[in-house]
Design a protein around this ligand. Structure first.
Ligand SMILES: N=CN[C@@H](CCC(=O)O)C(=O)O
Length: 336
């Protein structure tokens, strides 16, 4: 497979970026004061950290899928909280380094300039999603090739495609994915958007076994159910079945992990799988934050998990603190 040489497309973080977002307090140590900066590809290879933080501040994929904007703000909301969590006996910042965000500025500006009345509006957004796919897959390839585990804060779920492709090219094999999500994101292979990333990854053989955990019956078209029935590589577990018994969620989760097996695994979490979570497809039904924390802690113990992607969170000014805290619990659980 083709290997490209530079980490094009990353806006590497510096100390000023960290300081702006970290509030110091005498006698305490915050993550933002201790986390290591990874500012080049050489540093990435040499760094001793196990996990590498990357943001994807875009919502073009969501807009191209007729969804609500706002996912571009999740990275900053996350950092405002994560960089201020306490360093203590439970939280060790030496396990994680920060790369920075994928530079989506140009594509975001171009997306904003497309006239919504343009008959090719969605196709044009899809072309921009494709450009972001390229940057994401290249960056993920570099991180995984350096034997680190990317922790990616999206962005829309379109970025699953770049995560899967980049991990697969780095490992030279297709990988399995566990997607905690109300939707399959197996929509048609039309223009690229947040609803078809897994279908493109399957078609291009970057994705092998695919499990959707917590699917909502109300938002899955029948043609996708039929396609899943006809594929041995795809398994789906309905939220409606998991919620029947109090122990249903975690026992279903363990069974899903058994089906996926010990091969390389990507963990995808769409925040719309959680009830009332501010996200592009917010729902009153779904998992709790605590359910998802349990699932993350379970996967974090596995040696075969190659990346974590938290996506589709869409904070507003009123709730960005809560969203940032929820995402920070997920990441601090994953790296513990
Ligand atoms: N990644 C999200 N995919 C959903 C979006 C649903 C929505 O925005 O309402 C889907 O395509 O079904």
């Amino acid at each position: 497979m083709e290997k490209r040489s530079k980490m094009e497309g990353v806006k590497f973080f510096n100390n000023t970026d960290l300081k702006k977002l970290t509030s110091s307090r005498e006698g305490e140590q915050k993550f933002g004061e201790k986390i290591s900066l990874i500012s080049s590809e050489d540093q990435l290879r040499q760094s001793k950290v196990k996990y590498v933080l990357l943001g994807i501040p875009e919502d073009i994929g969501v807009r191209a899928n007729y969804g609500k904007k706002g996912t571009s703000e999740a990275w900053t909301s996350f950092l405002k909280s994560f960089l201020n969590i306490q360093v203590n006996r439970y939280n060790d910042p030496s396990r994680i380094g920060i790369l920075g965000p994928i530079n989506c500025d140009l594509e975001m500006a171009q997306a904003g300039n497309i006239d919504e009345a343009d008959p090719n509006y969605y196709q044009k957004l899809g072309d921009l999603v494709h450009k972001i796919d390229e940057k994401v897959s290249l960056t993920i390839d570099k991180i995984v090739s350096a034997e680190k585990i990317p922790v990616i804060i999206g962005g829309g779920h379109n970025n699953a495609y770049g995560n899967i492709k980049g991990t697969s090219t780095a490992l030279n094999s297709a990988l399995n994915v566990l997607n905690i999500d109300a939707h399959t994101d197996l929509r048609k292979l039309e223009h690229r958007h947040s609803g078809n990333g897994f279908n493109y990854a399957l078609k291009e053989n970057f994705l092998n076994k695919y499990a959707v955990f917590g699917l909502h019956k109300n938002y899955t078209p029948e043609y996708i159910f039929r396609e899943m029935d006809n594929s041995e590589c795809i398994q789906f577990i309905m939220a409606e079945d998991l919620f029947k018994k109090p122990t249903g969620i975690m026992s279903g989760f363990e069974k899903t992990l058994d089906w996926l097996g010990n091969e390389n695994l990507g963990l995808e979490i769409d925040c719309d799988a959680m009830a009332y979570f501010p996200s592009s497809a917010k729902s009153p039904s779904g998992f709790s934050v605590e359910d998802v924390r349990k699932m993350i802690r379970t996967v974090a113990k596995l040696d075969n998990c190659k990346y974590l992607h938290l996506c589709e969170a869409a904070p507003s000014k009123e709730n960005e603190g809560l969203v940032g805290k929820a995402l920070s619990y997920f990441v601090s659980d994953f790296i513990a």
